[in-house]
Design a protein around this ligand. Structure first.
Ligand code: UD2
Length: 296
């Protein structure tokens, strides 16, 4: 496990002097539990890369492309080559029921893709929800010894800007672009107390995305395991949380505070105009016709 808190810089790198009195004031850059909130203008990418490079870290990413969602994979993979941890060791794990349709995308040295077969499904809710189980199993059976960090990402999205070392942390959550200016009473948390994903009105910090989360391998393992167990417990009681695994993730992140929070720059939605505080869109969900791509 890389030492998260041991950040060794090179004595040769010259970079802009940080200011202790000036910085972004239009957005929150640190949470009340003192986790950084990553926005453009809050970090120095060259400095961070120079700190993480000598650590020789490996970053895994999981992406699910089940059924017709396979059509999103090419753009996802091609844009990841351009923006996601460029010049680092990256292993992308694609889960699909159509392994033959996985596009051949040229990857830079140090980057590789592995395809894992999963059964097809009739309900999109199930595909989305089963991700936690498959992530848990992947970490346990395959990644334990050679991967340091992992990000779990939605396939119906593209990278448009840098997503790199500034996003690394123990437990990392992305603030959902759809609700970040809203009162928490309006967040679409699961509101039935019988559900294991329950968050009462008046509770919660932010509404986080199910479409992007990550962190140190062991942290994400705990998250996936807990969300899976809670999801299955709910299923036994005949409950499916409002937003499936996203609801369970939100409950988890409320209790287990993320050590780094990524701003909505890290998961925007193409149908939304860019708000002024969003300096750059790094990753965003494409516009899709649900009726056309979901199995039901
Ligand atoms: C939101 C979340 C998504 C998930 C879902 C709740 C964001 C931006 N999106 O998106 O992560 O929490 O709500 O269930 O936070 N998939 C397939 N085949 C299918 C259906 C889904 O491969 O037939 C996979 C695929 O990787 C997709 C992901 O599941 O990206 C999420 O499904 P979605 O994109 O349809 O969910 P959506 O857009 O409602």
């Amino acid at each position: 496990i890389p030492n998260e808190f041991h950040l060794v810089a090179s004595e040769n790198l010259e970079y802009t002097q940080p200011s202790i009195v000036y910085g972004r004031t239009d957005v929150m850059t640190i949470t009340p539990w003192l986790a950084p909130v990553v926005w453009e203008g809050t970090f120095n990418p060259d400095l961070l890369d120079s700190i993480y490079k000598p650590k020789n870290i490996t970053i895994a990413a999981t992406v699910f492309a089940v059924g017709k969602y396979i059509r999103f994979l090419k753009d996802f993979l091609e844009t990841a080559e351009q923006h996601f941890f460029v010049d680092f060791t990256v292993h992308i794990y694609v889960f699909t029921d159509r392994p033959k349709e996985v596009p051949k995308v040229k990857m830079a040295p140090g980057r590789k893709l592995e395809v894992r077969s999963v059964p097809s499904s009739k309900r999109w809710q199930e595909i989305s929800a089963r991700r936690m189980e498959l992530i848990q199993t992947l970490i346990k059976e395959k990644l334990q010894d050679h991967v340091d960090y992992i990000f779990c990402l939605d396939v119906d999205s593209k990278f448009h800007g840098r997503w790199g070392t500034e996003s690394l942390g123990g437990l990392v959550a992305v603030v959902h672009p759809g609700y970040y200016r809203d009162d928490r009473r309006r967040f679409p948390y699961e509101r039935r107390p019988q559900s294991k994903a329950y968050v009462a009105l008046g509770h919660g910090d932010f509404y986080y995305c199910g479409g992007a989360f990550g962190g140190l391998l062991q942290e994400v393992y705990q998250l996936a395991k807990t969300c899976r167990t809670n999801f299955e417990e709910d299923a036994k009681n005949g409950i499916e949380a409002a937003w499936q695994e996203e609801s369970h993730l939100n409950r988890y992140m409320w209790i287990n505070k993320p050590s780094k929070v990524l701003s909505p720059e890290y998961l925007w939605q193409d149908f939304k105009p860019r708000n002024p505080e969003v300096g750059i869109i790094r990753f965003s969900g494409v516009v899709k016709n649900y009726a056309d791509i979901r199995p039901n």
